[in-house]
Design a binder for this molecule. Sequence first.
Ligand code: PAF
Length: 280
Amino acid sequence: MEIITSIEQIREISENIRKNGQSLAMVPTMGCLHEGHKSLIDKARKENDKLIVSIFVNPMQFGPDEDYDNYPRDLEADSKLCQNAGVDYIFHPKADEMYPNSFSTYVEPCKQMTDILCGISRPGHFRGVCTVLAKFFSIIRPNRAYFGQKDAQQLAIVKRMVKDLNLNVEITGCPIIREEDGLAKSSRNLYLNEDERKAASILRKSILLGLKEIDAGQKSSQKVLDTIKSNIEKEKLAKIDYVEILDFDTFERVDDIQGNILIALAVYIGKTRLIDNIVI
Ligand code: PAF
């Protein structure tokens, strides 16, 4: 496995892979890899001849008050995980390689999909995500790219970008990987102290409570939202950012629960903002 930092070099490597008639996969990440990423890497490894994992903490997707400087970074551990998982190349560019001073072109994602959920408290976040991914897809031109379903909004927005811009890459979503108590694996879980870590299981527990109500025949989104919210509010360390029930295809809020539904939530546990969701 090689770690490549220059755009020119990774472009050349990718081009040679394509010239050899081999399929090329990409798993875009911001590093600090955990079992969630590992599941994407394993799937990509199985389904393709060559695999590039990008590790780039993308400054453009962090707001001014967010955790860009303190975002966890551990290239050594990430390299080990990638090496053991059979990754062929890590692409690890510096910020000024991706965004030189002259950089001034951005990808503006679908407004209807960004004016909700995480897009409200993180303005500009998905613009940053789409811009960096459009650059990766243009440099590497992978046949397939793999994303976690934990970031359901990101996955849906990226799929829409690929469709709207006719990018020649197949986007694959992979299931959420969880800790034993149900907490979705996330690099941000590292910020939690012992009490917060215990409290964080409230996200999944509350979603499951809502699901139980739906299974029992509840059709009113409002009633299910109330159940989920009041359960989260019982946890002293938790503060709700949002809880939403949306049509999974259009991202519109729904009054009645029918068809493909996304239940998504973001909750602060102490200072750490965690997200989770379920598609039913
Ligand atoms: O999900 C992430 O880690 C990031 O948003 C991504 C897709 C790597 C883009 O920077």
